[in-house]
Write a protein that binds this ligand. Structure first.
Ligand code: SF4
Length: 481
């Protein structure tokens, strides 16, 4: 256990995040612990001075004082985190690939640099020197920005639609989503009725505001855990209420939930993009992580979707799954590339606190091995003609790495970019779905989360739609004051 003392208690949580970059999920307390890390912040001659020490180690980081509101808070936090990073790097000798960055969206920093006129090698150098990001990760960010060019400038009049289906056939051991096992399926019909009610209320609101749909995405959960009839009914209602999607994605993640009738329902309703997710091609690992399908079923489902004419199939893989080494991951990667999907998303296993793996006390894989798997993916997918187009990071990821979406030219998913870069309003429906309402001129986002519990969602759907409506309408009206 670590004891952390700081005279900037408002940043205590952020400093803990930096310490955990080096020490993993260690317990950190302000009042007790076997090792003491102290932080003393001071200001002198226009400089902030951040002194950190632990035992015989001590570092001092200085940064010019910035005055005024949010910028001051942000820069001060950055100075304190940098000091903490330098101390931990000295103590451990480790160099995390993302340096001192602990946030979900490192691309955002690159976009900020671009706005300041800093691009190309100068931007990569700034990422390396300011945040200690590795050259490879700085290059990855550059490549992603290049892929996103022309795709993220959404007109102010557009929004994306997210529809959540929080049911799965079984629960994956790493899952932390608001998904329930289907069980006997008693909740499905009442859930779909509530969902359609929320969709209708939201559609009326979009009409009032005169906004147009850009991309639609049905996720979960596993939407294809529904029957073909249920899927068809839901998609018909979605298309009636929200016409004109430029892109329609449905996650068909579990290969064992896919059949010809369900795929036909998707095609009949204009869905062009689906995800068929192997995660791994090892049957043993699939069993360990609680997915009720085999690698052969993944191949069959993929072949069926292809033969029926789907033009964009995405496949998800996870690096650093329990018991898997680099060779296992490479095997899955090569099998995936061999199937030639239009896009591949490479996740790094994150052991969230609400997951079964966490409850079972599973210890995260070796960070270096996880880093090599992610590097292998970048190299092999690059050689096969895929380029990275979006990226996000999560807490508790193996090696503090990242999730990256790769796509062949012309196959980047608009919704994934919009959602991750937060450049488009996301109107979300369903249990646990989070509406993210963007106010472009103010560069601000308001979130309206729906309750995660399925029963509660069914009971309180009107209330949630009304809350969303007043949040959106209130703010949209204020915008014109
Ligand atoms: S398929 Fe996705 S939502 Fe369903 S249990 Fe697995 S991780 Fe969770």
């Amino acid at each position: 256990m670590i004891r952390l003392e700081t005279n900037l208690p408002g940043f205590w949580g952020e400093l803990c995040e930096v310490i955990r970059l080096f020490l993993g999920a260690v317990e950190i307390r302000p009042d007790e612990g076997d090792e003491l890390i102290s932080h003393a912040h001071a200001e002198r001659d226009g400089q902030w001075i951040e002194r950190f020490s632990c035992g015989t180690h001590a570092v001092e980081h200085t940064a010019p004082v910035v005055r005024g509101g949010l910028a001051e808070k942000r820069q001060l936090k950055r100075a304190a985190k940098t000091g903490c990073f330098l101390l931990m790097r000295e103590i451990t000798g480790a160099t995390p690939p993302w340096g001192s960055l602990t946030g979900i969206r490192p691309t955002r920093l690159m976009y900020e640099l671009r706005e300041q006129g800093v691009t190309g090698e100068a931007a990569r150098r700034a990422m390396r020197e300011t945040f200690f990001v590795s050259p490879a990760k700085a290059q990855l960010l550059s490549d992603i920005l290049a892929m996103q060019q022309g795709l993220i400038d959404t007109p102010d009049t557009e929004y994306d639609l997210y529809i959540g289906i929080p049911f799965c056939t079984t629960r994956c051991a790493y899952c932390s989503f608001a998904s329930g096992e289907l069980g006997r399926g008693q909740l499905v019909e009442p859930y779909l009725a509530a969902l359609k009610r929320e969709m209708a209320l939201d559609a009326a609101l979009m009409d009032e505001l005169g906004l147009r749909l850009r991309a639609a995405y049905m996720g979960g959960g596993t939407p294809t855990a529904l029957t073909a009839l249920q899927l068809d009914g839901l998609l018909k209602e979605a298309n009636r209420l929200f016409p004109g999607a430029r892109e329609w994605t449905v996650e068909a993640g579990r290969p064992d939930t896919i059949d010809r009738d369900k795929l036909q329902a998707l095609l009949d309703n204009g869905v062009q993009r689906i995800s068929v997710n192997p995660q791994t091609f090892s049957d043993e690992t699939l069993r360990v992580i609680g997915r009720a399908h085999t690698a052969a079923q993944t191949v069959e489902a993929y072949a069926l979707a292809r033969s029926m004419g789907f033009g964009h199939i995405n496949m998800d893989l996870i690096a650093a799954l329990p018991g898997e080494g680099e060779a296992d991951f490479l095997r899955s990667l090569n099998r995936t590339i061999g199937l030639a999907p239009e896009s591949v998303t490479v996740h790094t296993l994150a052991i969230k606190r609400s997951s079964r793996l966490h409850e079972q006390g599973y210890v995260q894989a070796d960070a270096d091995a996880a880093a090599r798997m992610v590097d292998d993916a970048r190299r092999a997918l690059g050689e096969a003609g895929y380029a990275p187009y979006y990226l996000y990071r999560q807490k508790y990821m193996a090696g503090n790495l990242e999730n990256v979406g790769y796509a062949r030219p012309g196959y980047a998913c608009l919704y994934n970019i919009d959602n991750m870069e937060e450049t488009t309003r996301i109107l979300a429906q369903g249990a646990g779905a989070i509406t993210k309402w963007l106010f472009p001129r103010e560069r601000r986002i308001e979130r309206a989360p729906n309750v995660r519990n399925i029963g509660q969602y069914i009971e309180r759907v009107e209330e949630m739609a009304a809350r969303k409506r007043s949040l959106i309408l209130g703010k949209e009206e204020n915008k014109h004051d």
